[in-house]
Design a protein around this ligand. Structure first.
Ligand SMILES: Cc1cc2nc3c(=O)[nH]c(=O)nc-3n(C[C@H](O)[C@H](O)[C@H](O)COP(=O)(O)OP(=O)(O)OC[C@H]3O[C@@H](n4cnc5c(N)ncnc54)[C@H](O)[C@@H]3O)c2cc1C
Ligand code: FES
Length: 336
């Protein structure tokens, strides 16, 4: 256990096998972060004193300039000594549910498409979570955890559901699909993530997901329907997939009470002619373009949440910047 002192700020403790970011969040501090995987660079802190080891020395989130300035990625930095760091805490990042590591048992799974699977885990003593958040998976044989967003909402029963797309040759997903049978225990760590539902917002909601970005989109839609403060708010879901065989989410959204009245669902195919089926009558193109046509000139009227592959997340983010949507109305996770 090491002591981590924030310059002009509080001190917290970090287990030898934990990272500065996660230990700080476990202590209830509002450290800056996004991906928790070393990719986005949002969690950079200056190491003023002490020694850390990076779990991912070549992480794309850190530049040579950062290294020269003694900056480290807090999400990858494991302390070897007591440390002093410089970072600006953010009130809005203070975790509503402090993240914890806990054992979860895989109780069932079901295939949603040829490569997307819903996994259901149950845990006895897990923390709560907010719609739209994610957890880290410590999978057998992997050096680093993988990140997956919950697709359900926290009902107090310790059920954690995820939708994972099998990545060909991907170490984490191949392990999860092929080497974690029902009944196995996996260590999860969470909840994390800042793209969670804002029930205090008076605006209707636009949800945009691509591929496995369906997971947080479903969680957010489910959370919005269960939230009395959002009563009467409309939820417009846009879901981007490649071809017909990649489509899913319709049945889960249709099962929600407001489907067709408060909830609209627009699936969008980027490659409608791919695969054996050539009968697609719905929207085609990139999902952000279809969302853009829907919003028209009403950019300030909505709260925006989006998740999916980095190119999709970047395109949506760029669009919202161009349309001058106020930053506090935008919440997203890029699936690095
Ligand atoms: C916030 C967030 C939420 C996500 N939610 C989902 C989801 O709900 N469903 C889904 O299918 N996917 C999700 N992903 C993507 C997922 O975490 C994996 O990147 C994806 O499943 C591919 O993993 P893989 O191990 O199969 O592929 P690999 O190619 O083996 O690994 C890819 C990713 O693993 C991470 N990684 C690899 N090596 C290291 C290392 N040494 N140290 C730390 N990290 C490393 C990196 O993020 C890398 O991009 C999410 C990603 C993020 C950041
Ligand atoms: S949160 Fe550390 S690099 Fe993204």
């Amino acid at each position: 256990m090491h002591s981590i002192r924030i310059d002009n700020g509080p001190e917290f403790h970090c287990e030898a096998d934990d990272t500065l970011l996660r230990a700080g969040l476990r202590a209830g501090l509002g450290l800056p972060y996004e991906c928790n995987a070393g990719s986005c660079g949002t969690c950079k802190v200056e190491l003023v004193d002490g020694q850390v080891t990076s779990l991912r020395p070549e992480a794309p989130g850190l530049t040579d300039r950062d290294r020269a300035k003694n900056r480290v990625l807090a999400c990858q930095a494991q302390p070897g000594t007591d440390c002093r760091i410089k970072v600006r805490l953010r009130e809005e990042n203070v975790p509503r549910h402090k993240p914890a590591r806990f054992a979860a048992t895989l109780t069932s799974f079901r295939d949603l498409t040829h490569d997307m699977r819903e996994f259901t885990f149950t845990a006895k003593d897990s923390p709560g979570f907010l719609p739209g958040q994610y957890a880290l998976f410590y999978l057998p044989g992997l050096e680093a955890p993988r990140t997956y967003s919950m697709s359900n909402i926290d009902d107090g029963s310790g059920t954690w559901q995820f939708i994972v797309r099998r990545v060909p040759g991907g170490t984490g997903t191949v392990t999860l699909f092929d080497r974690v049978p029902i009944g196995s225990q996996v260590t999860l760590d969470g909840p994390y993530g800042l793209a969670y539902l804002r029930p205090e917002s008076p605006r209707d909601i636009v949800l945009i997901g691509g591929g496995s970005g369906l997971a947080p989109v479903l969680s957010l839609a489910r959370g919005a329907m269960a939230e009395p403060r959002l009563d009467g708010r409309k939820i417009h879901v846009f879901y981007g997939a490649r071809g017909v065989r990649d489509l899913c989410g319709n049945a889960e959204l249709e099962a929600l009470p407001g489907f067709g009245t408060r909830i609209t669902f627009t699936p969008v195919l980027s490659e409608p002619r791919a695969g054996p089926v050539d009968t697609w009558q719905g929207a085609t193109g990139f999902v952000h373009e279809i969302a853009r046509d829907f919003v028209g000139e009403r950019w300030a009227e909505f709260e925006y949440y989006f998740a999916g592959p980095p190119p999709m997340a970047k395109a949506v983010q760029q669009m919202l910047i161009e349309k001058r949507v106020p930053y506090p109305q935008v919440h997203f996770d890029s699936f690095y």
